[in-house]
Design a protein around this ligand. Structure first.
Ligand SMILES: Nc1ncnc2c1ncn2[C@@H]1O[C@H](COP(=O)(O)OP(=O)(O)OP(=O)(O)O)[C@@H](O)[C@H]1O
Ligand SMILES: N[C@@H](CCO)C(=O)O
Length: 343
């Protein structure tokens, strides 16, 4: 039996909209969210005939809302595309795929990117295609077009990435439903930055969903020169600052400010604007900086100590604005990325 594991991820890290991605992992197995998508692939006896030769079992986060139909579920749809583009039609022998998701859905923690990466790896495994991780990254990018989450999910660590090709040949939905063509090669470039090992990630997860598409619809088509400069100045410093020792909290906090997406999304997360105003390293020792995790609604704080005090302070501010449940968890950087191994 094979097991595919893909980490959840946090995109943007403030100024790096569609650029930065940070792969995440739980600090202990007892934490509520493993922040990882796991697929177990089990061959079924030749007589078994599930529809499409593929039985899907979903457990974990959002399992009730995920399709178990082989040509509807995002993971298996991506796998079918990878197979089709290699001249292989469908799952050739019966398999059971048990998906266990520890990544809360639509919370800005990269669940869809993890599903896409897992789907590409599943296609690679079923078709015995022997694709390199670099080539699998191309496959991921024609389906999920932001290199930030998929870059971190594939390669692990803290990455920055840029697309070399802005518009792959067809829309993701068309690619998934009927394309026979493999993706162009080398669609994006990425780089893994060093991260000071003292840095931990506090994720505050509100109890509501925010689809990335809805959060992207909030964004303007064009930006002012001032805002573009504001973000590129911070993007150029943040990866260096996060790799340094000792860390400089005041500089990091300033370098995590953003003008390209957070100001347009903050109304969707009541209290977030106030969190940005109040959570400063000079008031909360150990804190490095705060931003939205991906498209939200989760909030990410980088810190080296005082995790509970920082997390509770964020939750208290959010609760004043919206009295709902907030989970928080301290996470680490996942350095491994996506893996496939025998179990
Ligand atoms: N394990 C999975 N199996 C199948 N589909 C999944 C799985 N995980 C996520 N998805 C699909 O991805 C959707 C969530 O994607 P969305 O981009 O809105 O949020 P996200 O990826 O969690 O957040 P972000 O992109 O901001 O980090 C789910 O509603 C579901 O359709
Ligand atoms: N960079 C993306 C991440 C979510 O997939 C966004 O902020 O919309």
């Amino acid at each position: 039996m094979k097991q595919i594991s893909v980490p959840g991820s946090s995109a943007n890290l403030g100024p790096g909209f569609d650029v930065f991605g940070l792969a995440l992992k739980a600090t202990s197995p007892s934490q509520k969210f493993s922040v990882c998508l796991e697929l177990q692939i089990e061959p079924l006896p030749p007589g078994a005939a599930p529809p499409g030769n593929c039985e899907i079992i979903c457990i974990g986060e959002g399992a009730d809302s995920l399709s178990t139909v082989y040509d509807e579920n995002l993971v298996t749809k991506v796998a079918l595309y990878v197979l089709r583009s290699h001249g292989i039609v469908g799952f050739h022998s019966p398999v059971r795929i048990c998906m266990h998701s520890g990544i809360p859905l639509s919370r800005g923690l990269g669940s869809s990117a993890a599903a896409v990466v897992a789907g590409v790896m599943l296609g690679n495994e079923i078709g015995q295609l022997n694709l390199s991780m670099e080539r699998m990254f191309d496959y991921c990018l024609v389906v999920e077009r932001h290199p930030d989450n998929v870059g971190a999910a594939c390669h692990g660590g803290f990455i920055g990435a840029f697309m070399k090709m802005q518009a792959p040949p067809s829309e993701p939905s068309e690619t998934l439903s009927k394309s026979l063509d493999p993706p162009p090669e080398d669609i994006a470039s990425y780089h893994r930055f060093q991260v000071n090992p003292d840095i931990k990630i506090i994720i505050i997860i509100p109890d509501f969903h925010l689809a990335t598409t809805a959060a992207r619809e909030r964004l303007p088509q064009t930006y002012s020169r001032e805002d573009a400069i504001f973000n590129s100045q911070r993007c150029s410093l943040l990866p260096v600052l996060l790799g340094e020792s000792p860390l400089n909290p005041a500089k990091i906090s300033e370098a995590m400010r953003d003008r390209l997406h957070q100001p347009y999304r903050q109304d969707l997360i009541p209290g977030f604007e106030r969190v940005l105003q109040k959570l400063k390293p000079e008031v909360y020792p150990g804190l490095l900086g705060v931003c939205l995790s991906g498209a939200g609604p989760s909030i990410l704080a980088l810190a080296t100590s005082n995790f509970e005090r920082i997390a509770e302070a964020v939750c208290a501010i959010l609760r004043e604005a919206q009295d709902i449940r907030y989970d928080w968890q301290v996470l680490e950087v996942d350095h491994e990325g996506a893996t496939c191994r025998d179990i």
